[in-house]
Design a protein around this ligand. Structure first.
Ligand code: ATP
Ligand code: MEV
Ligand code: MG
Length: 302
């Protein structure tokens, strides 16, 4: 039996734009998905979504992992048990975390000797096949941890501030939101492409402030990024209410994180304002989660 875990993630910059090759800054967070893999007489996948065999409807990511790993090991029967701290379909990278943790658990269980780069690449291929179009960001950051500039795959300094996540508790499908942006871009390329370009430019502008722990400058750019996500149609009333509640309660910045449409916002806060920001988020009926950037990507668990 092997247990591995992988972190979720928040985007400081670049979600959706990164799908079109623009840069993003994404950071792993200390909320993890744990996957236990045990050799078994059949394939069983147990999660909060149910207990199934290979099932590409209920467990598309985990089933795809098992199918891919059959190319590296003789997997006749395996029991996969999943426990996660990440809300499903909420923009915190739950699909990437379960994909990467399952890949590494099977890699270790069957001694396939895949390296971390292989785990990240196979994970990206699986997300792309399921979502129709996916950047390498979520699976790379879940594999490697830390704060990463994508597609350059350049590690930045770990964040030294509090992260406050506001969860609308309204799940969304990344596949659908990525498709909606693609349709808008196809209809108005001269409008949407400059927006995506500017999101990518902000990620590059923010690299130095992040590396010198200048979260005031980083936060100003994050707030602009939020406005541009609204412009490409992935915002919503609940998300904006959370963003303004967080900002008005003293957050350094607040923006949508992940695919949007529902899901979560992320706010940067300092030690003194974090609890006030969390209270403001709860006061409008959402879930507030205090977390921090984690340096640790996918790892073996005792
Ligand atoms: N704990 C889990 N157990 C099994 N499958 C999971 C789990 N968490 C996520 N998944 C899979 O990932 C899917 C959600 O992925 P999706 O990309 O839509 O949302 P997300 O990854 O949470 O958000 P984002 O991609 O915007 O960060 C679920 O429908 C399920 O197939
Ligand atoms: C919306 C998106 O940019 C991030 C989802 O967490 C999709 C992707 O990068 O694959
Ligand atoms: Mg996902």
């Amino acid at each position: 039996m092997i247990t591995c875990s992988a972190p979720g993630k928040v985007y400081l910059f670049g979600e959706h734009a990164v799908v079109y090759g623009q840069s993003a800054i994404c950071c792993a967070i200390d909320l993890r998905t744990r996957v236990q893999a045990t050799k078994h007489d059949s394939i069983v996948i147990e999660s909060v979504l149910g207990t199934t065999a290979l099932d590409f409807e209920i467990h598309p990511y985990v089933s795809s992992v098992i199918e891919k790993m059959k190319g590296h090991a003789n997997i006749e029967g395996v029991r996969i048990q999943i426990r996660s701290e990440l809300p499903v379909g909420s923009g915190l990278g739950s699909s990437a975390a379960v994909t990467v943790a399952t890949l590494q658990a099977l890699n270790q269980l069957y001694a396939c000797n895949l390296q971390l780069e292989d785990i990240a690449n196979i994970g990206h291929t699986i997300e792309r096949e399921i979502q129709g179009n996916a950047s390498p960001t979520d699976t790379y950051v879940s594999t490697m941890g830390g704060v990463v500039l994508i597609p350059e795959r350049r590690k930045l300094k770990d964040l030294d501030c509090q992260l406050v996540i506001g969860n609308t508790r309204k799940s969304s499908s990344t596949k659908d939101l990525v498709s909606n942006v693609a349709q808008l871009r196809q209809e108005f390329p001269d409008i949407i492409d400059p927006i995506l370009d500017n999101i990518g430019k902000m990620a590059h502008l923010a690299e130095e402030p992040v590396n010198r722990y200048d979260y005031e400058t980083t936060g100003k750019l994050m707030n602009v990024n939020h406005g541009l996500l609204d412009a490409i149609g992935v915002g919503g009333a609940e998300l904006s209410a959370l963003v303004y509640a967080a900002r008005n309660a003293g957050a350094i910045s607040a923006k949508i994180t992940g695919a949007g449409g529902g899901g979560c916002i992320v706010a940067l806060a300092n030690e003194t304002s974090a609890s006030a920001v969390a209270s403001a988020i709860k006061n409008i009926g959402a879930e507030a989660i205090l977390t921090r950037n984690t340096h640790e990507g996918v790892r073996l668990e005792p």
